[in-house]
Design a protein around this ligand. Sequence first.
Ligand SMILES: [Mn+2]
Length: 260
Amino acid sequence: MLHTSDVHLGAYDSGSMELRERLHDTFRGVIDVGRRERVDFMVIAGDFFDNARVREETLKYAGEQLARLERPTVIAPGNHDHVGPGSVYDRYDLEAAAPGLRILRTPEGESVTVDGLSVDVWGRAHTEQDPKFTPFNDMPARGESAWQIGAGHGHFLHPRALLHHSFHIRAEHLEASDRDYIALGHWEQLTRVAAGPRTVAAYSGAPEPLGHTQSVGGRVLVVDLMEDGSVRLTAHSVEESPAIDHDDLPFLEGIAPDVH
Ligand SMILES: [Mn+2]
């Protein structure tokens, strides 16, 4: 699968034309990685869009690119592209533009089975700016499909984390999830995080970080669901840099996350 998040499409819709185009190009690069690596599906772990007022052309562009993957996509909305009144997802019929697209629209959490695959993706949709929102506490048991993926958008708590951030994700939540892989969004930095012995969990980081302090950004994760039940990650650059193998990925240490 391809895992991306924090694309923030439309972030510059009312500003610089050059930055706007660059962000569009970056997402095209994400789709190019997915096509080149022949992924079976994609998960976008929140903040696909920057806000609910992005231009109509940006919505149309997003639909075109999602369709260009020619594989199903599951979107777990984040704090910038929340569901509920005024949601960006109610402005334009993305599902019609991109066959196989599923948007997780339930704040309490819902599971979807990816078209044609034995893969379930569970996640909770952000509603408008509820700071008490927690993406992963009290998850339901695994579903029926062979592979169980969680997708969520929030702030992983660790000793170096700033506790005032919202949307808390705790290592215990991920350990208790009993999922194979947890696709995280909200941090601009690519990093794996602790999730117990059973589960691999990672932030893909933003393909085009809005902040400038990230140690590793500008990447997208290819997640290999292996025949032996293990999960291997490879971080691909959306530009020209070489890929980073699973064992060389940053593992939380030393990261002061940029969140949006
Ligand atoms: Mn966010």
